[in-house]
Design a protein around this ligand. Structure first.
Ligand code: UDP
Ligand code: MG
Length: 332
């Protein structure tokens, strides 16, 4: 495949890598070596000088040690070790910040996102797209429950958010330098990356791919983490739930007025005694749950303000080490 080099007017061909691949990992000793080999092969096929940035998100196994021993002929390899486990979203932010390439590709270490697709993504970018979103055609190795809940999540998210967030697009994507710079400049601490990647807009395209099952090891996401991510995503990208609470209040008030009218008429016309316990308890429960839900919702937003107002850094870098390409001149 022939690849036309995209060099922006400001770039320096000797030092600026064409592509920066960002790989956050957390306890991935079983896959990291295989991941590296496949990524390097894919980048070698591009024939250009690139960089791979690994972010160790506080791993307690041997994976960071394994990465520190990696090197490549054509590509610079960096290892950024965070001071503890900050979560994938923060790790990706740290990685993106450190990139120097003309474009950035985000990849999971567990090889669920095939690195072999990088040249195809680069081709789209060279045709002028600023963002190449990789959409999952199949979610192999994921439970029916996860597939359905993910589908519902995307539907709800897109109903509520003003920025369209593409469905079934994970973090696997390519971003042009100007999109990366925009994202790096966003000051917020709650980094719902799927939303942040969509927010800048620019020219976008979607490529479909079959997501492989994890090569080895365990997923780091359990149901409660995913629920948290979903709530965080919605509350950091939309204030519509607050309005929904107001609407729920209006709807209950109208319902209450209608019910009062019915009871009044029944009593006046048919002389029915006012119905007792069942209707009373129902009203109390409905009102109680709507009130609690609304307070909880408000709490979510206040909590978000609290976190943002503290202005703490998103992550702390422990060490940042780069192994430069051993034979960079071999790159065309
Ligand atoms: N990951 C991370 N920090 C975390 C959890 C996960 O850097 O706190 C990395 C993980 O090592 C992998 C990627 O994020 O490279 C995706 O995680 P995982 O495969 O567990 O998620 P899934 O694919 O199941 O959604
Ligand atoms: Mg995975």
């Amino acid at each position: 495949m022939t690849v036309i080099h995209y060099i922006s007017p400001t770039s320096d061909k000797r030092t600026t890598p064409l592509i920066s691949v960002v790989i956050p990992f957390y306890n991935e000793e079983t896959v990291i070596q295989a991941c590296h080999e496949r990524v390097v092969t894919a980048l070698d096929n591009l024939g250009s000088h690139c960089e791979i940035i690994y972010i160790d998100d506080g791993s307690s196994d041997d994976s960071a040690q394994m990465v520190s021993e990696l090197s490549s002929e054509l590509h610079d390899i960096s290892l950024i070790r965070l001071s503890r486990n900050f979560g994938k979203e923060a790790a990706m932010s740290a990685g993106i910040k450190a990139t120097r390439g003309e474009a950035v590709v985000l990849l999971d270490a567990d090889l669920q996102d095939p690195p072999e697709l990088i040249p195809e993504m680069v081709e789209q970018w060279q045709q002028g797209y600023d963002v190449v979103d990789m959409q999952r055609r199949e979610r192999l190795g994921e439970s029916v429950f996860k597939r359905y809940t993910a589908a519902i999540f995307y539907k709800v998210l897109n109903r509520l958010c003003d920025v369209p967030i593409p469905e079934n697009v994970g973090d696997f994507r390519l971003l042009d330098r100007r999109v990366v710079d925009t994202i790096n400049d966003l000051p917020e601490r709650t980094r719902f990356m799927k939303g942040l990647f969509a927010w800048p807009g620019f020219r976008r395209t979607v490529l479909q791919f079959d997501r492989d099952p994890r090569l080895a090891g365990q997923t780091k996401w359990n149901t409660s983490k995913l629920v948290n991510l979903a709530v965080e995503g919605i509350t950091s990208f939309s204030t519509k739930p607050l309005r929904l609470a107001t609407f729920a209040g209006v709807a209950t008030a109208l319902g209450a007025a209608a019910m009062a009218a019915v009871i009044f008429l029944k009593t006046m016309i048919w002389g029915d005694p006012v119905a007792g316990y069942p209707s009373m308890i129902l009203v109390v429960l409905i009102l109680g749950s709507i009130q609690l839900l609304s307070i909880g919702l408000m709490g979510e937003y206040i909590g978000r303000l609290f976190i943002e107002s503290k202005q703490r850094p998103l992550y702390l870098v422990d060490t940042h080490f780069t192994a430069p390409a051993t034979h960079p001149s071999k790159a065309v």
